[in-house]
Design a protein around this ligand. Sequence first.
Ligand SMILES: Cc1cc2nc3c(=O)[nH]c(=O)nc-3n(C[C@H](O)[C@H](O)[C@H](O)COP(=O)(O)OP(=O)(O)OC[C@H]3O[C@@H](n4cnc5c(N)ncnc54)[C@H](O)[C@@H]3O)c2cc1C
Length: 398
Amino acid sequence: MGLIGVTFSPQHRPVVAMSNQYDVIVAGAGVIGASVAYHLSAKGMKVAVVDAVGPAAAASGAADGAVSVCSKRPGPMTRLGLESLRYCHGLAQESGPLSGIFAKRPSYYFSTSPQEDQALDDVSHRLADLGDQVTVLADRQGLSPMPGIGPIVHRVLEISGEGHMLGYAAVNAFLRARPLDTFWPCKVLEVGATGNSVLAHTDQGDLEAPYMVLATGGGAKSLIPALPITPRSGQLIVTERDRLPVPLAGELMAGAYLLNKNKRQATLPNPPIVIAPLASGQLLVGSTRENDGDPSRTDFKTVQRLLTHAANCYPALTHLRIIRVFAGVRAAVDDGIPIVGPLDKAPRVIVATGFEGDGICLCPLVGREIAAMIAGQAVSEDLQSLSPNRFREGRMAS
Ligand SMILES: Cc1cc2nc3c(=O)[nH]c(=O)nc-3n(C[C@H](O)[C@H](O)[C@H](O)COP(=O)(O)OP(=O)(O)OC[C@H]3O[C@@H](n4cnc5c(N)ncnc54)[C@H](O)[C@@H]3O)c2cc1C
């Protein structure tokens, strides 16, 4: 048995509980795997979902949930983000899987420096070309441009059309919405492919199906070491319930967050803070990008820096107690673009990883498109730019 592209021995040991015939095995029950499984099942396919730990065990369970188009890089990522947002609105209709999970609400991008002003200008110009799904509602400038905002903020761009969805809630919603067979803990150790089937060697036995989707987030690296993904953690802080007279109606996002994501700028004028009101009434404050992958490590220096700036921008925070501090780990790709598509040498293995800070926003669309891909239907042209084959001549060997 070996890595992808190497044929398995036919005498594999089937996972006892999984003796059913499946059309597709989905490895990974984060937002991507859960959405893929939902969409495959909605097309009538029999799907097994396996996860090494359980649903939302990694990035999807330790993240903010901004469904934000403004923070996508110009080009295919913005177009995919916009299409995913549009589709998300549909899935959130009554009786849709994301009903009560995705909340449409305004986003407030703010500036405390000239560089951040420039980032807000860029977003404003880009939105003008994107139709009327996401639009600038107001561009408030001057002293205290919005109630509750601190004096260091001199501009707030209010955007309508975006929204919020917590990763773990989306995972549970997708998994519950369809009759899926789910297995955890069940860790995929190796994957191999023959002409018309894929074989997965797991710590619970072996699995075989015509197709496999590898939605294992950062865990994809141990299965396909040539994938250029690296862990990038982020610190998050949760407060008690906001008891303020004028609660935040949507997410507050620093211009530095846009510089960090849109332009991949590493040196920032200020911490890239976001302050998100949660349905529970609590506030979630995030988030940094550290080049390490230890979710058990709380980086107090970074947390202190985040909170200091967050409190300067939104002084109401100083009246709230912090009840939780934790880190999440994103799977980041060297070129900043997720990896989605069949492997060149094993086309029945579809990889969907490397979503870094965009997986919650993109999961509805990616799930729909991968299901279409497996069903032999047409998929969005923009998905081509996410193909793993872009590394063919470079670092990715398999
Ligand atoms: C601090 C932070 C803030 C974020 N904020 C946002 C945001 O505002 N908006 C947004 O869109 N995105 C955000 N993200 C990014 C988003 O959380 C991720 O892009 C998304 O959750 C990735 O989902 P996934 O399903 O690809 O991977 P994961 O959620 O990491 O899931 C992978 C799953 O695969 C399983 N697995 C791994 N290896 C194996 C194996 N060998 N066998 C079986 N199972 C395996 C794991 O147990 C895990 O459950 C944020 C992330 C972080 C960390």
